[in-house]
Design a protein around this ligand. Structure first.
Ligand SMILES: Cc1ncc(COP(=O)(O)O)c(C=O)c1O
Length: 390
């Protein structure tokens, strides 16, 4: 079967294609039929059976940890189910709490949730937060190396950055952080589901992400990989699920799990859990390698055509330096964005530009529809400038 034939079949799983040319998959991934069905079935069981619905859903919680662990080449005992990427990074920031005189190294291509936990002071008000500045949408490793020293308590970065879509070479980053044995906190929200991240190679201390983007699940569910060496640490928050033996009902002594379960608190968002599990199962069925190949094919096409149109592409061109995001700047980007929306084309608009994140189920025809609108907008802007100068 050709990739096109496979895609034609897969598109049937995504009702969004009947309503939109949907190209913002790294923001909120549209809900696939199997994900919707899993969640509706949980709702039905809850309606009909009350608490009885929670037992199978709680089993799904266990399976979700197993599935996510396999995706990142980890063990379920190292996985926390969180509510978001943000929640995961906050746990990491709490555990790594920098002391006076220490610093944390972040980048200016980070998402707010990567820097705020350190800047807001909950991870240590005295710590210096050092920014590595990007150039042309990339972070140069030598610039990062220059910021790290023996006082660095953590380096935190997005494996694939949210704006330019720059993809870090994590092994090369680790060669730098490894010099001082600095813990590495990675945000995988724009990476996992498209590219492979193995928490053992290079060894990561924390890897946080959400179910709601390339993992095709609902928002409200996230994941955190916690390396073994933090599994004895005191969690920022604890609850009954953190207890080593819930059945003891021991309210007078707090004996925590000796695995990442100690970072769970109360009953999780189980409707989200069953949806997230269905998303990961779908990803398994489709095959992550297929997704990566297909996304690469679509983003490469997009970049070539945008170059021909002559917009300022912020995303790096080199294959190994990008994943599923293509970002470009264009004059009057907001008017282009609303024109795209009028044509039922959905993409992102921020930082003076347009972000387009095609997923495996998108087609070249859809990209051409998008590119056609971009091309007319750019031609109009140029005419406007020329006419204005006459
Ligand atoms: C790289 C990255 N990190 C974190 C987030 C926020 O994720 P969450 O809402 O799960 O905390 C986003 C959302 O766009 C993102 O792109």
């Amino acid at each position: 079967m050709s990739d096109e034939a496979i895609v034609a079949e897969l598109r049937k799983l995504f009702p969004v294609v009947e309503h939109w040319t949907y190209l913002y998959n790294g923001s909120i991934h549209p809900c696939a039929r199997p994900v919707a069905e899993a969640m509706s079935s949980f709702l039905q069981q809850w309606q009909d059976g009350g608490e009885a619905a929670f037992f199978p859903a709680f089993e799904a919680f266990g399976r979700l940890k197993e599935k996510f662990a396999r995706l990142v080449h980890a063990k379920a005992r190292n996985i926390v189910i969180t509510e978001s990427t943000t929640a995961g990074i906050n746990i990491a920031a709490h555990l790594l709490r920098p002391r006076i005189g220490q610093n944390v190294v972040v980048t200016d291509l980070a998402f707010m949730s990567n820097t705020y936990p350190w800047l807001a002071g909950q991870a240590g008000a005295e710590a210096e937060v050092r920014f590595v500045e990007s150039s042309n949408g990339k972070i140069r490793l030598e610039d990062m190396a220059a910021r790290i020293d023996e006082h660095t308590a953590a380096v935190t970065l997005c494996a694939v950055t949210v704006g330019s879509g720059f993809r870090f070479d994590l092994s090369a980053v680790h060669q730098i952080t490894g010099r001082y044995n600095v813990p590495l906190v990675v945000d995988g929200a724009q990476a996992l589901g498209v590219i492979d991240i193995d928490v053992n190679d290079p060894p990561l201390d924390f890897l946080a992400t959400t179910a709601g983007k390339w993992l095709m699940g609902p928002t409200g569910i996230g994941f955190l990989y916690v390396d073994d060496r933090y599994l004895k640490s005191t969690p920022p928050t604890v609850g009954w699920l953190s207890a080593a033996n819930v059945a003891d009902w021991d309210v007078q002594h707090c004996q925590l799990h000796d695995d990442a379960m100690r970072f769970q608190g109360g009953i999780p968002n189980l409707i989200g859990v069953v949806g997230a599990l269905a998303g990961l199962e779908l990803l398994d069925q489709i095959g992550r390698e297929f997704v990566e190949r297909r996304v690469h094919h679509l983003t490469t096409y997009l970049i070539e055509k945008l170059e021909a149109i002559g917009v300022a592409i912020w995303t790096p061109r080199v294959d190994s330096e990008r994943a599923g995001i293509v970002f470009f700047n264009v004059p009057n980007h907001e008017s282009l964005h609303s024109r795209l929306k009028d044509r039922r084309i959905y993409c992102g608009s921020f930082l003076g530009g347009i972000r387009c994140d095609p997923a495996f189920y998108n087609t070249i025809e859809e990209l051409d529809r998008f590119l056609g609108v971009v091309e007319s907008h750019v031609a109009e802007q140029r005419r406007g400038v020329r006419d204005g100068n006459e």
